[in-house]
Design a protein around this ligand. Structure first.
Ligand code: AMP
Length: 442
């Protein structure tokens, strides 16, 4: 992944005038950023780049879509480019991510931003053969992006040495804790040298993250790009009330009648994701499912097909969808509301990214009223209701879904200690909306 430095394509004036240069980034990095088409730094980048360049630890509340990846990668590369290269199987900067998809995505970004630098970067995650990874790591890696489980396997087999790490990034730390990676993270931390720079990114800052941060960060600069748990303002939300049994029909109707060409659909369960992808495929739409029971090859193929436009509808569970970053993804559909209200924010983070307009549609049945109230309370706004003619709900009140076993957990995510209250039967109303107990259908 090394690229020969060349500074030909972008003009000298562009390089000098770029606001990225004003933040303290060097020319090869500014050039790579300009070639990506970025003209100005996002809010998190404006705050994060100088802080990292100054050598501070950083604790940032930044959800996906804010440009956080460049926020930590650009200054990290700037610091690394001035030091000696990694040798043997050492690593100089380590980025930990919760999912394989996010690791691959961050790895692509690192490669793009370092294309004019003489730095080596690599990505390792589970679900694929370990041997090729061991071979690649032998030469040393300036930036390694990894999921915690596979990194521990590699470290245990002495395929990678972490005692020279200069910069550690924990990306989407809240999700790593949710997914039960805390023990692997602690084992990895024990392999790192005590003197290093630490950057922690998380969408939310609940108690468990604060605890992790306390042990990890030294006098961190605290940053917040968008208010916590707010969805991107460029996303247009709409809620279509309907009966549970009619959701597949309504989804198919919406895709066809609106002629949506690239739709990311969220299903609460793996089984549900398979079923809806099969159904849409049966109707002649290119559809694929992506979830934890699929092999890594199938996940990568489905995602690549979706990005290239061959796959029109990608049906995902929450965990599998982390890290999906598609430029200007126009439509996100919640076939089911998520069990955790916070996941609504994560799901919606897939659309309307970095200033583009997005469209987030939720199909909501009476059984999901409690989940809906928790979401509306979290985001601070009621979702606008819109009935679809021919799909008006006939059931206006129903017992809440049982999320404790069978269908609810169904694999969309593991139990998240202490966070399950978001979708439980505790009655909550959207503040100021006076919606407590209000039937969805009006
Ligand atoms: P992230 O929040 O890191 O997942 O980034 C979200 C999206 O914003 C990605 O597609 C990036 O390529 C894009 N992006 C990051 N920084 C900028 C910027 N300064 N200007 C425009 N797009 C950006």
């Amino acid at each position: 992944m090394r690229h020969a430095p060349s500074l030909a394509a972008v003009s000298e004036q562009d390089l000098q005038d770029s606001p990225f240069a004003a933040l303290g980034l060097g020319r090869p990095i500014v050039q790579a950023v300009l070639e990506k088409g970025y003209t100005s730094p996002s809010a998190i980048q404006q705050q994060c780049i100088p802080a990292v360049l100054a050598g501070h630890d950083v604790m940032a509340a930044a959800q996906t879509g804010t440009g956080k990846t460049a926020g930590f990668t650009l200054p990290m590369l700037e610091r690394l480019r001035h030091g000696p290269h990694a040798r043997n199987n050492a690593v100089r900067a380590l980025v930990l991510t919760p999912t394989r998809e996010l690791a691959a995505q961050v790895g692509e970004n690192v490669a793009a931003y370092s294309r004019h630098l003489d730095l080596r970067s690599d990505v390792v995650f589970g679900g694929v053969k370990i041997n090729p990874q061991m071979m690649r790591l032998r030469r040393g890696t300036d930036v390694l992006v990894a999921t915690p489980g596979r990194l521990m396997d590699l470290a245990q087999q002495n395929a990678v040495k972490l005692d020279r790490v200069e910069i550690l990034v924990l990306d989407e730390a809240d999700r790593m804790l949710d997914m039960g990676f805390i023990r692997d993270i602690q084992k990895i931390l024990a392999l790192l040298p005590p003197k290093r720079q630490n950057l922690l990114f998380s969408a939310t800052f609940e108690a468990s993250i604060k605890k992790l941060a306390t042990g990890l960060l030294h006098n961190p600069v605290q940053l917040q790009a968008t208010p916590e748990n707010r969805t991107a303002t460029t996303v247009e939300h709409v809620l279509h009330p309907c009966d549970m049994a009619r959701k597949p029909d309504l989804l198919s109707h919406l895709i066809k009648s609106n002629n949506w060409q690239q739709v990311l659909v969220f299903s609460r369960t793996k089984h549900g994701a398979n079923r809806i992808a099969d159904r849409l495929s049966g109707e002649g739409m290119e559809a694929a499912a992506i979830h934890g029971n699929k092999s890594q090859g199938a996940r990568t193929r489905a995602l690549a097909g979706f990005k290239s436009g061959e796959v029109r509808v990608l049906v995902a569970t929450d965990i599998a969808a982390r890290g999906i970053d598609i430029h200007q993804l126009p439509h996100v559909v919640n076939l089911d509301l998520p069990n955790q209200a916070e996941d609504y924010v994560h799901r919606i983070g897939r659309t309307g990214r970095a200033g583009h307009n997005g469209h987030a549609v939720s199909l909501v049945a009476a059984e999901e009223h409690e989940l809906l109230r928790a979401i509306e309370r979290l985001i601070g706004n009621p979702l606008p209701r819109q009935e679809v003619p021919g799909f008006e709900p006939t059931i206006h009140s129903a017992p809440p879904l049982d999320l404790s076993g069978g269908r609810g957990r169904g694999g969309s995510r593991p139990a998240a200690g202490g966070r399950r209250e978001g979708g439980r039967s505790r009655p909550v109303s959207a503040p100021g909306s006076g919606r407590r107990g209000r039937p969805l259908a009006r």
